[in-house]
Every structure is written in structure tokens, then in C-alpha cells.
Design a protein around this ligand. Structure first.
Ligand SMILES: NC(=O)c1ccc[n+]([C@@H]2O[C@H](COP(=O)([O-])OP(=O)(O)OC[C@H]3O[C@@H](n4cnc5c(N)ncnc54)[C@H](O)[C@@H]3O)[C@@H](O)[C@H]2O)c1
Length: 258
């Protein structure tokens, strides 16, 4: 690790994270990939970046990583919370609780622990991207628990962006459709058989790099094969009315919900 701006990428040893590591290295970042894959150091060496062992589900592992970054006097400029797994099963009545908890720990706790540990270390201005998914914006009958975890992180990004912006931190969610990576598992052959187009990791890495080097915040970027990235616009929510039908007053800005 050097003293340049560093980008920390969880799940950086494979797929989207790996290509993003190469892309951010090319953008001039000192890249650290943080992954539990034992091949991560070798993969990182091939890219000319650094690897740190991290299981995103472990608070202690995050603290160790934080201490290692502190010791190396790293200036952390970008945090890419990307590690994720799929495959929670579809039978809710017979849900395999071990798989369920694993999915929640990696996809949800991993993002929360990452923010909790790294926000205090992130330079100002700084930027965070969370790799969500289209599964965070639509129902996915093939993997409802995965969809739940991705809806959760999008809600977190949207809810925290204003407060973080006040602290000089931008935060975004990236929502790809199917990307050609090992995460697809057996679905890859099914998608191929159906001639379903897949995104490349290059397309996702480019979108992440654009968010990191840009100026906006709270972007939820949708990526679909054959289309340019779309800054997703959520439908408006009907506002509250008074009993007589008049417009309700604005919500207090600093609402204390505990
Ligand atoms: N591939 C897709 O179609 C697709 C689509 C939308 C979103 N995503 C999301 O993109 C992200 C990256 O997935 P990918 O497709 O590149 O998959 P991938 O399997 O190629 O890479 C995931 C990486 O995360 C690492 N990882 C898993 N659990 C971890 C943990 N507990 N701690 C640290 N690292 C861990 C793995 O070792 C691996 O290197 C995930 O969040 C995934 O949900 C993928």
C-alpha cells in the first residue's frame, strides 16, 4: 500500500470486483482487494494491486483490516462494497436457515460492517459504491431472499445519502442485470440456452468508475445488456393529506426515531 488515494474493493478477487480493481488501478487508484478467497493474493499480484484477507461477515476481520490500513497510512478515497452471494432458495416454508443467515450476513451485514468500519477512515471528499442488483428493484421469484438483501442495501444507500453528503461522502448503488461471473452458477447454462444476453464485468466496472470519479450522490444505476447505464428514477410516493384533504405539513427534518 502506498500513500496515493486508495480504493478498497470487497469481493475483489473475482467477477465484478476483480474487473473493477483493474479499472480503478488504471484510473490511478492504489487498489486493495479484500476477499476471503485464498487465491486473492495471487490474483492481486497479477493485477499489480494489494490483497487483504477479509470475511465481510466478521466485525473483527473488518477491524483488523482497518488497523492494517491505518498502519500503512492509507488515504482511503473510495470504498466499493461489492462482495455478495446468491442462492437463498425459493421454498420459504422450508427455508434453509443456514443459507438464509449466510446470505443476510454477506449481502447485508457485510455492507453495514464495511460502512461502520471504513466511513471514519474515508477521506473527505470520499465515495462509496454498493453493488446491489436489479434484484434490488424488482421481484425475483427465482431468489426471493437474495432480492430482499439487495432491496435492503438500496434502501440504506437512499436513506443515508443526504447525511453522508453533509459529511463530504457520496454514496451510490449499482444495479446490474445478469453479469457473466461465477456467481451465476448453474443459471449460466440456462441463460445461454435461452440466448439471454449477459453483461460483461467491464461494463459494470466502467459504471462503478464513473460513479467514483463523478460528482453526484445517491445514484441508483441500472445496467442492462445492450443499453447505456440508466440513472434509475423511482416513482413518486403519494404524499400524506390532512383529514380535510389539505396538503400535510412537511415532515420535521430531524425526526428522532431512536
Ligand atoms: N453476476 C451477476 O449476475 C450479478 C448481478 C447483479 C449484482 N451482482 C452482485 O455483484 C457482486 C459481485 O458478484 P460477482 O457476480 O462478481 O460474483 P463473484 O462470485 O464472481 O465474486 C464475488 C466475490 O465475493 C467474494 N466473497 C463472497 N463472500 C465473501 C465474504 N464473506 N467476504 C469477502 N468476500 C466474499 C468471493 O470470494 C468472490 O471473490 C455481488 O454483490 C452480487 O450480488 C452480480
Amino acid at each position: 500500500m502506498g500513500t496515493q488515494r486508495t480504493a478498497l474493493i470487497t469481493g475483489g478477487a473475482s467477477g465484478i470486483g476483480l474487473t473493477t480493481a483493474a479499472r480503478l488501478r488504471d484510473e490511478g487508484f492504489d487498489v486493495v482487494i479484500a476477499d476471503l478467497d485464498p487465491n486473492a493474493p495471487e490474483v492481486a499480484a497479477e493485477l499489480g494491486v494489494t490483497a487483504q484477507a477479509l470475511d465481510v461477515t466478521s466485525v473483527e476481520a473488518w477491524e483488523r483490516l482497518g488497523a492494517a490500513l491505518d498502519a500503512a497510512e492509507v488515504e482511503l478515497g473510495a470504498l466499493v462494497l461489492n462482495a455478495g452471494i446468491a442462492g437463498g432458495g425459493t421454498d420459504l416454508a422450508g427455508l434453509d436457515l443456514e443459507r438464509y443467515h449466510r446470505l443476510m450476513r454477506v449481502n447485508v451485514d457485510g455492507v453495514i460492517y464495511g460502512l461502520r468500519t471504513m466511513l471514519p477512515r474515508l477521506a473527505r471528499p470520499g465515495v462509496v459504491t454498493v453493488t446491489a442488483s436489479l434484484a434490488g428493484l424488482m421481484g425475483v421469484p427465482a431468489d426471493p431472499v437474495y432480492a430482499m438483501t439487495k432491496h435492503a442495501v438500496i434502501g440504506l444507500v437512499r436513506s443515508s445519502a443526504a447525511e453522508l453528503a453533509a459529511q463530504g461522502v457520496r454514496i451510490h448503488a449499482i444495479c446490474p442485470g445478469f453479469v457473466e461471473t461465477p456467481l451465476l452458477g448453474a443459471a449460466k447454462a440456462q441463460l445461454d440456452a435461452a440466448a439471454f444476453p449477459l453483461l460483461t464485468t467491464d461494463e459494470i466496472a466502467a459504471a462503478i468508475a464513473d460513479l467514483i470519479t463523478g460528482r453526484s450522490t445517491a445514484q441508483v444505476t441500472v445496467l442492462q445488456p445492450g443499453r447505456k447505464p440508466v440513472d434509475y428514477a423511482f416513482a413518486g410516493i403519494p404524499g400524506p393529506r390532512m383529514l380535510d384533504g389539505a396538503k400535510a405539513p412537511d415532515l420535521p427534518t430531524e425526526l428522532n426515531l431512536g
